[in-house]
Write a protein that binds this ligand. Structure first.
Ligand SMILES: *[C@@H]1O[C@H](CO)[C@@H](O)[C@H](O)[C@H]1NC(C)=O
Ligand SMILES: *[C@@H]1O[C@H](CO)[C@@H](O)[C@H](O)[C@H]1NC(C)=O
Length: 239
């Protein structure tokens, strides 16, 4: 057999195994997967060098051993290892009860962030199974709690999209900040005003305002604030 034939066969083989993996790789969510109890998952906390490091988020368990420098003992994210601390991905609270999988009271934009973290782990690490408890039942089926969380995240995404479209209609102010001079907002065209962000309460549970540039004939509408210490017709304001 000539050398080129051999190379041809090798290439064909490499391609077909690639194609096989590409086209037939089952989606990880639908793969029959290992079920963990909270106690089983806790063994994979990075303490035992012989064991891989596992982490749970929204009840999905991932092998994060390749990120040992972060998730292993002494790593900055070691508190995520061996447990499902879904809430801590957005609360940043790694102490005591902060390391919990409950999302109670989080806003839709926060729940959306947790779901995005799970997507990150799906892309970056290996899915190994499901944690039986809040998010998956003893058969490994998604619970109502998981479905509600995913629905809330989807609502958050819709609201954010709507907010973005609404806000594109009215331009933001330019802004800059320096330690020496402090903050300043200004408009190239129009006048700076503080305006309520109407969807913010639904999204984050908090009030929020942004600086917008309005034309002369738009300055009469309600709900606008002139910056403190700034003239009605000033184009720039210290903040
Ligand atoms: C961490 O894992 C080890 C074994 O891998 C286990 O003995 C220990 O109890 C675990 N720690 C916690 C806090 O669960
Ligand atoms: C973290 O969570 C614990 C328990 O819920 C709470 O007592 C503590 O005040 C929280 N810390 C911060 C910084 O929010």
């Amino acid at each position: 057999m000539g050398r080129s034939t051999y190379i041809g066969i090798a290439a064909a083989f490499a391609f077909s195994s690639f194609a096989f993996r590409f086209f037939f790789k089952p989606h990880q969510h639908h793969q029959p997967s290992r079920l963990f109890t909270v106690q089983e998952l806790s063994l994979y906390n990075g303490t035992d060098e012989q064991l891989p490091i596992f982490l749970g988020i929204l009840g999905s368990v991932f092998d994060v051993t390749k990120g040992k420098s972060h998730y292993g003992v002494g790593g900055a994210y070691n508190h995520f290892a061996g447990r499902d601390a879904s809430r801590a991905f957005v609360s940043g609270n790694f102490t005591g009860d902060g390391l919990t999988d409950t999302l109670r009271g989080l806003s839709s934009s926060e729940v959306k962030s947790v779901v995005e973290w799970r997507d990150f782990f799906l892309k970056t690490y290996t899915f190994v199974g499901r944690l039986v408890g809040r998010y998956y039942d003893f058969r490994g089926m998604p619970t109502k709690y998981l479905k509600n969380a995913e629905a809330k995240a989807a609502r958050g995404a819709q609201l954010l999209e709507k907010q973005k479209r609404e806000e594109e209609k009215i331009p933001n102010c330019n802004s800059k900040w320096s330690q020496h001079e402090g903050g300043e907002v200004w408009c190239d065209d129009g006048y700076p005003r503080l305006m309520q962000r109407p969807l913010e309460i639904a999204l984050t549970g908090k009030m929020s305002k942004r600086c917008v540039c309005l034309k002369e004939d738009e300055l009469q509408q309600s709900g606008l604030e002139v910056y403190e210490g700034c003239d009605y017709h000033a184009k720039a304001c210290k903040v």
